[in-house]
Ligand binder design. Structure first.
Ligand code: HEM
Length: 152
């Protein structure tokens, strides 16, 4: 698939909506992750020891923002260069932190589904197949780069 200017604009537009309410959408994002994969709870330091997904937790928000923002940056790179290039230091760090925390390939699919559902809820009647596809493609490229680093 060629990543068009329209695809990039769609991704940016939904990230702009998300940014306006990070506490709510990051909470939704993690709630959906745990709905799909309850066992993932034990991997996250900020979920492990609490009964419920904690509200306004800085680490939870940081991870949600990273996933959304880096996917958005990947969309920009896909449109500009036709590929996603994560800086070497960042990629090394991402590979190491996920390996250390016990993340395996299927988890990336769980996070993808949670990401798409959160965007669907946030974008209301702006949601479309095209929008879904643009986020999916950008996320898949980013996830592939991290997964490859984890196998190094
Ligand atoms: C930590 C990014 C996917 C689980 C981190 C950190 C970053 C990051 C930057 C360092 C801590 C921080 O700044 O918040 C990403 C990105 C992803 C991704 C960009 C996908 C595109 C995943 C997936 C899982 C996962 C699929 C597993 C379901 C974790 C865990 C930590 C972590 C358990 C340690 C957090 C803690 O306990 O404090 N991730 N991540 N991540 N990530 Fe990811």
């Amino acid at each position: 698939m060629t990543f068009t200017e329209k695809d990039e604009a769609l991704v940016k537009e939904s990230w702009d909506i998300m940014k306006q309410n990070i506490p709510e959408y990051s909470l939704r994002f993690f709630s959906i992750i745990l709905e799909i994969a309850p066992a993932a709870k034990n991997m996250f330091s900020f979920l492990r020891d609490s009964e419920e997904v904690p509200q306004n937790n800085p680490k939870l928000k940081a991870h949600a923002i990273k996933v959304f923002k880096m996917t958005c940056e990947s969309a920009i790179q896909l449109r500009e260069k036709g590929e996603v290039v994560v800086g070497e230091t960042t990629l090394k760090y991402l590979g190491a932190i996920h390996l250390k925390n016990g993340v395996i390939d299927p988890h990336f699919e769980v996070v993808k589904q949670a990401l798409l559902r959160t965007i669907e809820e946030a974008s209301g009647d702006k949601w479309s197949e095209e929008l879904k596809c643009a986020w999916s493609v950008a996320y898949d490229h980013l996830a592939a780069a991290i997964k490859a680093e984890m196998k190094e």
